[in-house]
Design a protein around this ligand. Sequence first.
Ligand code: NCD
Length: 361
Amino acid sequence: MDTDKKLSGISWQDFKALPLTEKGAYFDGTPPHTLIAQQFSRKKIRDLCALATRIKRINKRREGANFLKTLLCDKRAMLYFAQPSSRTYLSFNAACQILGLDTMDVRDSSTSSEVKGESPEDSVRTFSSYADMIIMRHPKGGFAERVAWMMAHTKREIPILNAGSGADQHPTQALLDIYTLKRSFEKIGGVDGKNIVFVGDLARGRTVRSLAWLLTLYDDVTLYFVAPESLQIGRDILDLLDAAGTRYVVTDDFAAVMPDADAIYMTRIQDEWDLRGESSSIDTSSFRIGAEHMAVIKDSAVIMHPLPRRQEISTEIDNDPHAVYWRQMRNGMWIRAALILTTFGRQDEVNQYYDDYKPEP
Ligand code: NCD
């Protein structure tokens, strides 16, 4: 970590112009912010995943749950969700509850002073007067970064966690996705060497954009981007993969790559970003998975989805052992708890408790 890199010491224009891979170093200060997938190292991910599993095990017993609830009882979090959310909002909220952190929320800007003409910047500054952390989702790409930069120029800098920004980043979803992959492949050599197949709206799906980057941290993985041409992954992501030396294949032939997949990451069409309803005319019938494909995929393959889904995964396979999207969703709660605890620097208390009491798996 380069400690000279402080958000308070750089102008917004200079910061904004930095490549993603250089921005990360600015978020590791005190307090740390979680804003983009590019700020994570493999070690950081390993530590967060290990902590998530420990929290989960400790929470199984009443005395453990009571201990966890004391850890952040002196803190409050603001959940500011200016875009729809079910899982991200609820899992963050549940993660806060597990750690005893009280929460407040604004889920709809029309209920805040923004309707009176207050800028989103001023709204966030207001939240920071009452809370010790802001967990935020916003339709404007880069807005969470702007808020963190702004915070660094106030006397009360509090950590910002990006819970989804525009169509570009969803770093905590990428963390829960990696956690799910690591747990799924625990007995078969981990994430290294695996073929990860992304399917659907890869042009506008922020979860894929963030996860693709995290996968560059693993050795010998191959990423397959399977989509109709107009929904294919952006050149900017492919450039990042090229620079990282990560192998990838861009194709529209889902059937051809299915048998080689270790993980199939399905996504929905993100038509809320359509300008003129253009995605309604795209034929997506070959970008779905159902019962008829279960015999084709590897025995060890897992099917994931950030959810919500539409028709891209048939409900017939919801209870199939390959389907891990329900577990993936729950993993979000544990990894977010680990991230929140680490953001406040309280992770050692969990590690100490775990070593003292060794809760059963
Ligand atoms: C995703 C999102 O908001 O980007 N949902 C989520 O956080 N689990 C995916 C989506 O909306 O399609």
